[in-house]
Design a protein around this ligand. Structure first.
Ligand SMILES: [Zn+2]
Length: 278
């Protein structure tokens, strides 16, 4: 197991460093980047990559871990990092119970990321000063952004104009939705983020996106277009599965191996019902 790539956004003491790990290198959806600013980590990475992550973190003075949401690729090692670095991770209030009690993950996700370990956390406050008393001290504002997950919380650094986006970005054009994702909330959360004064987006799957706000706008616009197109085709009498094929092509292997937990149909079904306000 190795580090697959490293990342750096240079900004003096507020430089951001990242490293990508993952069991399978089938693209950005099977690998994960842990970011660090000073002694603060953003997300904990998948549990099956612990040997690599431990090796990278060993020489570093880490005192704070911020978790964006409970999903196993983001929280998998929070327990181990909390013990390794003697810290109590911060997590969004809505994710804390799942993190503490554990939760089942589908077989496909277990295969890619491993199983997350249960972890005690403290509630991520609305605002937080990290790296206090050091040159990399910074204010972080927690921005609740439900849709992908109920507890998903983005981390906004107003002074540095950074946004750590959890799973709010990943790609400009979504082709799939998980069965537990909510498209209406997702688009509302994208609108919330677009209102913020940020420039650089740090996505744990895609990487560093320098035109971050533009990227989120394009994602929102693409989703709204898909909603409009789905509804036009629906009005012409096409069925859900016909609209899937017309706009995204037929369901592929991902839908079958995830037992339709991750599918194009999940996305189109919600796009057909989305309340588009022009
Ligand atoms: Zn997620």
């Amino acid at each position: 197991m190795t580090v697959r790539n490293t990342y750096e956004y240079k900004k003096g003491p507020h430089s951001v460093y990242g490293f990508r790990t993952g069991r399978f290198d089938f693209g950005i959806n099977t690998t994960f980047i842990i970011y660090r600013i000073g002694g603060t980590l953003i997300d904990a990475g998948p549990s099956n990559q612990w040997p690599t992550i431990k090796r990278v973190l060993k020489p570093l003075d880490i005192h704070t871990l911020l978790i964006t949401h409970h999903h196993e690729d983001h929280s998998g090692n929070a327990n181990r990092i909390s013990k390794f670095k003697s810290l109590l991770p911060y997590a969004p209030l809505l994710g804390q119970e799942k993190l503490a009690k554990g939760y089942p993950t589908p077989l496909l996700q277990k295969l890619i990321w491993g199983s997350p370990l249960k972890v005690q956390t403290q509630t991520l406050p609305e605002t937080l000063i990290i790296n206090e008393g050091t040159p990399s001290q910074a204010e972080v504002i927690a921005i609740p952004t439900p849709g992908h997950a109920k507890d998903l919380t983005c981390l906004f650094f107003p002074k540095q104009k950074y946004l750590f986006s959890g799973d709010m970005y990943i790609s400009k054009s979504l082709k799939y939705l998980r069965s537990d994702e909510n498209l209406q909330q997702l688009i509302t959360s994208l609108e919330t983020l677009i209102e913020l004064d940020f420039e650089i987006l740090f996505c744990p799957h895609r990487g560093i996106v320098e035109q971050g706000k533009q990227a989120l706008k394009e994602k929102r616009d693409n989703l709204l277009n898909m909603c409009r197109q789905s509804q036009t085709l629906m009005a012409q009498g096409l069925s859900e599965s016909e609209i899937v094929v017309a706009l995204l092509g037929p369901e592929d292997r991902l839908a079958k191996i995830s037992k339709f937990n991750i599918s194009k149909g999940n996305l189109i079904r919600q796009a057909m019902l989305y309340n588009v306000k022009d």
